[in-house]
Unconditional design. Structure first.
Lengths: 161, 159
């Protein structure tokens, strides 16, 4: 699954984790910065995309700014024996952007299925959560939805230099 | 929450088109500008503005730290209101904290501060948690993913 980076890959991550240069030939600029040819730099990025080290190249919008003013982390307590089947079905819903099995932390936290839901209002998110509840049916023993009320920090990955 | 910066139809098209699939080529911006029917200079200018006004939080490759031998772990704390600013400053100051959100629920969820730790090695997570616990005096609860069912940014611009 995971593979350590070689020195050039590592420097490429460091050079781009804050973002791509906003210049006509961004990969040429990076290549020059790293002392490799543009062709090699682009081949390395292509390889990292292929093996999943890079998930995608693109823009990360601030959800609030593009109209998703409410986001809820819905959390569910479902039996471990059926969580994989249920998690896959919840993940297929179009308003769910992330869906994971995570550990419970008893007694504070009984929930093991996490599904992030985005909507234009709190009511819309609550309707979506109700839809998940219907899908889970009696398999759901308890649930909650945590609304994000403030973004405190959002920088994304930063590895050390 | 502050009011988001206003965006126009071209901005919307840029954001919708560029949530993934940015080309790896000599003139990628010119290529994308061609898809959108604008010129390269305008695309670069608009991307710069969308980043400066925080409509976009980033533009570039999204790395999966787990695929590089690192770790990405959700963690939470129960922070008393009276101690909020102090603890927030401690958590936000760590470079390992990729994002941090205040979250609240009608059921009075046990945890109100939720953040993601991203480190280059799995051991880095425990070290970062140790530092936060030591500086804040509060316990940190880690929620490593046991299984990923779905992850995709698939939100169309609505404003």
């Amino acid at each position: 699954m995971s593979q350590p980076l070689d020195d050039i890959d590592r420097r490429l991550v460091l050079a781009t984790q804050g973002g791509l240069p906003l210049v006509a030939r961004p990969y040429h600029q990076l290549a020059e910065q790293l002392g490799v040819s543009p062709a090699e730099l682009m081949a390395r990025l292509q390889r990292m995309l292929g093996n999943g080290i890079i998930r995608r190249i693109g823009a990360v919008p601030n959800h609030y700014a593009i109209g998703y003013t409410a986001n809820g982390m819905s959390v569910w307590d479902v039996p471990d024996e059926v969580i994989d089947e249920l998690g896959n079905r919840v993940g297929e819903l179009d308003f769910v952007t992330h869906c994971y099995h995570r550990p419970r932390r008893l007694p504070e936290w009984p929930y093991n299925l996490f599904a992030m839901v985005h909507g234009g209002s709190r009511d819309e998110v609550l309707r979506q959560v109700a839809e998940i509840a219907r899908l889970l049916g009696p398999a759901c023993r308890a649930h909650d939805v945590l609304f994000s009320t403030e973004i405190l920090k959002k920088t994304g990955l930063r590895i050390g230099g | 929450m502050p009011e988001p910066a206003p965006i126009d139809a071209v901005d919307r098209a840029i954001i919708d088109r560029l949530q993934g699939g940015f080309p790896i080529s000599e003139r990628p911006y010119a290529q994308v500008a061609g898809w959108l029917g604008i010129d390269e200079g305008e695309l670069l200018e608009r991307l710069g503005r969308l980043l400066a006004t925080r409509v976009l939080t980033r533009f570039g490759p999204m790395f999966q730290v787990e695929r590089m031998g690192g770790a990405f772990v959700l963690a939470a704390m129960a922070v008393p209101e009276s101690d909020w600013l102090r603890v927030r400053a401690i958590v936000d100051s760590l470079p390992e904290v990729a994002h941090n959100y205040r979250r609240e629920s009608d059921r009075n969820s046990a945890f109100n501060m939720w953040f993601v730790l991203a480190t280059e090695s799995a051991a880095g997570i425990a070290a970062a948690i140790g530092r936060i616990e030591e500086r804040s005096g509060l316990p940190v609860f880690a929620f490593p993913k046991l299984r990923e069912y779905f992850v995709e940014m698939k939100l169309a611009v609505r404003t």
